[in-house]
Write a protein that binds this ligand. Structure first.
Ligand code: GLN
Length: 197
């Protein structure tokens, strides 16, 4: 079987870690810098970083229309942290460019300055073997404040939604690419495989 090609949007943020994780999962990761490169991708990851910056660059570099078009056709997209924010329909505060592909309302920097980064064990629906929780790494993370009717909640941490899926779109508030646990990326690759078959 041909290797899946998964793009990592390379405008700003933690691109390299995703590319390495994709290689470890047996996929081909490519850094996507131009909208035309989206057409070579079977799936796309929008990495963590700074969502206001990524959003501005998405607009500046002509990704807004291209991404919405590819996503509305058949492109599975996974957003981590800032990528989650960019995929949302709305943020609770401020005004920043969003793709609005998922029916979620997101609170940025939701854990506040005091606990700006932390780790905790997570139970994730669909990828979990109960014996082995997933180690979630949260860095100035958002949480999901509201989910629409078509959104499936995959993980809650202390009552807050931190991972969700809507059709071919997946988001997590935490950073699986910073662990050596491949399960979340394999879950996304399974989504890509399902949607292509
Ligand atoms: N706090 C960042 C934002 O609001 C997200 C942080 C991250 O991606 N690790 O965009």
């Amino acid at each position: 079987m041909r290797k899946r090609t998964i793009g990592v949007l390379a405008l700003q943020g933690a691109v390299r870690e995703h590319l390495m994780m994709l290689e470890n999962c047996g996929a081909q990761g490519i850094a996507v810098k131009y909208p035309s490169e989206l057409f070579a991708c079977d799936g796309l990851i929008i990495p963590g970083g700074e969502s206001t910056t990524i959003g501005k660059l998405i607009v500046r570099d002509g990704f807004l229309e291209a991404l919405r078009k590819r996503a509305s056709e058949d492109l599975p997209v996974y957003g981590t942290c800032a990528g989650l924010i960019v995929l949302a329909r709305q943020v609770t505060e401020g005004n920043q460019p969003l793709l609005g592909l998922m029916d979620i309302v997101v609170r940025r920097n939701a854990y506040g300055r005091q606990v700006d980064s932390f780790e905790d064990d997570l139970i994730i629906k669909g990828i979990q073997d109960e014996e082995k929780p997933f180690r979630g790494i949260f860095i100035r993370a958002p949480w999901i404040e509201e989910v629409g009717p078509d959104v499936e909640v995959l993980c809650e941490h202390k009552g807050k939604v931190v991972m969700a899926r809507q059709d071919r779109f997946l988001v997590s508030a935490f950073h699986p690419e910073l662990t050596d646990d491949r399960r979340v990326h394999l879950y996304f690759l399974d989504m890509v495989k399902e949607l292509l078959s």
